[in-house]
Design a protein around this ligand. Structure first.
Ligand code: GLC
Length: 472
């Protein structure tokens, strides 16, 4: 017995000595705490969120962070890696957005119909958009000209402006930090996105990086009131048990280093006094990925777990000149497609170096808002109903049991006189209201099939719509 105890103490102390921790079975399973599950359910009712990637990369209209990473898919337009990196690190000296007005962003996003937001407090490049005590590499650091403003904490301004309008607040935070010398040590080359030293050989270095991260997590989750969503990126930083696919292994590069940052500890810090905060440890799975985040895509059918599609309005997450914006029609159809499958849409815009939301984005956001104001009943607080999507009709059911048919229209698919569909619920036949229109549709039934009819006049008058909603 005594020997066993000594043996156990030896193992535990060795684990701690080398910075490893004891991994529990619990963290590998999905969250079961109803407090958190209920919060996720409430979040699912919001449906539509505003995502903004903003940082020093905007000063040169670059793709966020990635150009300082030495992976061969990255294009530095012929500039050599090391000088490029040195140049990039200095972009903090250029960040000085003269037109930034968080209230303007919040008003626009509200008008667009968005009801929560996720903002990049720190991307992989390590530049902090908030007042951190852990590094000078931030908007409030002395080298950054924006620090001269009295109100220089950007996260604070964004959180306060959006919260006061009624948005749920979310902060994006990259677990990786390429500017931190305990993550990318200047002692060695930086061959890829990962930590650039052997953690087993330098556990004290890794521990310092973890401690730095814990303090930053504490700052962003406690300095701005209760944050609703902690959205963690940098999925290559994850425990051994979650390294379970070729895709994940491909992120880990040549050295396949396991970078366990102790998520139970991070969650504990973040949720202190705010127990039902939603945590999204992207792609890792288990207890701290409270919802999943398909990127730039919409699943083919409903998923049996909570999810959110994050998608760029242009092609890029951050501001780049002449970005290729999706049309309002496509964006509305994407929102409907996501909602009819039970997801949320987190739509991203990259503000420019002065803090402006680009004009094409403003235009689209206003147009989306105009559509949503008419058709909100079919979107917010709804859940999926089979067959979800049939040809170009999507179905949703509100939490008070009303069923909606959302007919997707475009230049190439005008409204038709007749639609035929099956539905997993009995509907009363007769006249049906078209939201925001004088038009009326007639619903009848033949065998198992419902038939929805529009008059010629209604077909003619509703040609230009992006999507028409019928309350069934
Ligand atoms: C992609 C990008 C990353 C961005 C993220 C947002 O993973 O590489 O830079 O922050 O998408 O979802």
């Amino acid at each position: 017995m005594k020997q066993n105890i000594i043996f156990f103490v030896m193992i535990v102390s060795t684990l701690f000595l080398y910075g490893q921790r004891i991994i529990t079975a619990e963290e590998q399973k999905e969250e079961t705490d109803t407090l958190i599950l209920n919060r996720v359910k409430e979040w699912q009712d919001l449906k539509f969120g505003f995502f903004a990637h903003w940082g020093i990369y905007a000063t040169e209209e670059l793709v966020e962070s990635w150009s300082i990473c030495n992976e061969d898919w990255i294009d530095r337009k012929g500039v050599e890696y090391e000088p490029y990196k040195q140049w990039y690190w200095e972009l903090n000296k250029k960040f000085n957005p003269k037109n930034f007005d968080a209230n303007k962003w919040a008003e626009l996003a509200w008008e667009c119909g968005m009801r929560y937001f996720v903002f990049t407090s720190k991307h992989h490049d390590g530049f902090c958009m908030y007042d951190t005590k852990q590094t000078d590499y931030s908007v409030c650091g002395k080298d950054c000209p924006y620090s001269q403003n009295q109100n220089n904490d950007i996260v604070k301004q964004v959180v306060e402006a959006f919260r006061s309008k009624g948005f749920w607040t979310g902060l994006y935070f990259s677990k990786a930090d390429w500017h931190n010398k305990d993550y990318w040590s200047p002692m060695w080359a930086t061959p890829d996105r990962n930590v650039n030293y052997n953690i087993d050989k330098h556990p004290e270095k890794w521990q310092r990086f973890c401690d730095f991260t814990y303090k930053q997590i504490e700052e962003i989750t406690h300095n701005y009131g209760d944050i609703d969503i902690l959205w963690l990126d940098g999925g290559w930083i994850r425990p051994q048990w979650s390294i379970n696919s070729d895709e994940v292994r491909s992120w880990l590069g040549a050295y396949q280093r396991v970078q366990d940052i102790d998520m139970p500890k991070i969650a504990k810090i973040a949720r202190k006094g705010n127990e039902d905060m939603i945590i999204v440890d992207r792609s890792v799975g288990g207890k701290y990925e409270n919802y999943r985040t398909p990127e730039q895509s919409v699943p083919d059918s409903p998923l049996n777990y909570p999810w959110e599609t994050c998608m760029t309005m242009g092609d890029s997450w951050s501001y780049v000149k002449n970005d290729n914006y999706k049309s309002t029609n496509t964006l509305i159809h994407t929102l409907v497609d996501v909602v009819c499958k039970g997801g949320n849409l987190l739509l991203n815009v990259g503000p420019d170096k002065e803090g402006n939301i680009p004009e094409p984005a403003i235009e689209r956001m206003k147009e989306m808002g105009a559509w949503l104001r008419v058709n909100s009943k079919a979107i917010y607080s709804t859940h999926p109903i089979a067959p979800y999507k049939s040809n170009n009709i999507c179905f949703t059911e509100s939490n008070n049991d009303k069923v909606f048919a959302i007919i997707l229209l475009s230049n190439s698919t005008n409204l038709q006189n007749t639609y035929t569909f099956e539905l997993s619920k009995d509907l009363a036949i007769g006249k049906k209201k078209v939201l925001g229109s004088k038009a009326e549709a007639k619903l009848s039934k033949e065998g198992e099939k419902y038939i929805l009819n529009f008059s010629n006049k209604d077909v003619e008058q509703n040609r230009e719509k992006n999507a028409l909603v019928v309350e069934l």
